[in-house]
Design a protein around this ligand. Structure first.
Ligand code: CTP
Ligand code: MG
Length: 234
């Protein structure tokens, strides 16, 4: 059984409003993406593809991959404009494996337990995403800013990464996505996660598996402090 990970770090971090891209901001002296790479390096995963912004590959190779001895990082590739472009490019450099874990490099608090749960789940269902049931009640708004409806809380989950898939299933879905990109854009569908690609382009069900409330994504400035606290007390 061979597994690979695609770790995404090719975003520009607009919502962080920082001069250093969020994936390279320091938490306890190490860049944000160090933490998830370390978790994958020490896990059952066999190979890692790191997807970075054009121009960042040399910095990542020298200052992160070589410096910290992440020997499982076998490719560092340049990502694309949207997250799904970066994923498609990452998937292209994976050769032969059974399952692939797609992970946001901006989620440093992922743990080996989460990876184990996702592995167990993907082996059974071929497609799964980690997430957590919401704690707050969620409302769906209308375009005017009024409440349109209230989904049943126990059926609402927030979605995290990793998202894990059988390789042929996810590769096929992404190829299909890129072929239909124009139509989807016209229909106003914006693809923000990998499960959506499976949902929209295949009939394959995607299983939800428990991540953790601590597996946050670094998005805005306060998230750096929260992640630092979580990582130091892990
Ligand atoms: N990502 C990527 N390629 C892109 C866009 C995003 O590899 N073209 C990665 C980011 O680096 C991040 C993950 O996908 O690890 C989740 O994306 P997000 O949190 O939205 O990061 P950014 O797009 O960088 O941030 P923002 O949306 O605020 O600009
Ligand atoms: Mg983004």
């Amino acid at each position: 059984l061979r597994t690979a990970a695609v770790v995404l770090a090719a975003g520009s971090g607009k919502r962080m409003e920082s001069s250093t891209k969020k994936q390279y901001m320091l938490i306890a002296g190490k860049p944000v993406i160090y933490y998830s790479l370390k978790t994958f390096q020490e896990s059952f995963v066999d190979e890692i593809v790191l997807v970075v912004s054009p121009g960042d590959a040399m910095y990542c190779k020298k200052e992160i991959v070589e410096k910290y001895g992440f020997s499982k990082v076998q490719h560092i590739v340049e990502g694309g404009k949207e997250r799904y472009h970066s994923v498609a490019i990452g998937l292209d450099s994976i050769s032969s494996c059974d399952f692939v874990f797609i992970h946001d490099g901006a989620r440093p608090v992922v743990t080996e337990d989460i990876l184990e749960r996702a592995l167990c789940c993907v082996r059974e269902y071929e497609a799964c995403v980690v997430g957590m049931p919401v704690k707050d009640t969620i409302k769906i708004a209308d375009r005017e800013g009024n409440i349109a409806s209230t989904p049943e809380r126990k059926l609402v989950w927030t979605i995290q990464t990793p998202q894990a898939f059988a390789l042929p299933l996810i590769k096929g879905a992404y190829q299909n996505l890129l072929q239909k990109e124009k139509e989807l854009l016209k229909a106003g569908i914006s693809v923000t996660d990998d499960a959506m690609v499976i949902e929209t382009l295949t009939g394959h069900p995607v299983r939800l598996v428990e991540g953790s409330y601590e597996n946050i994504k670094i998005t805005t400035p306060e998230d750096i402090q929260i992640a630092e606290h979580l990582l130091l007390h892990k």
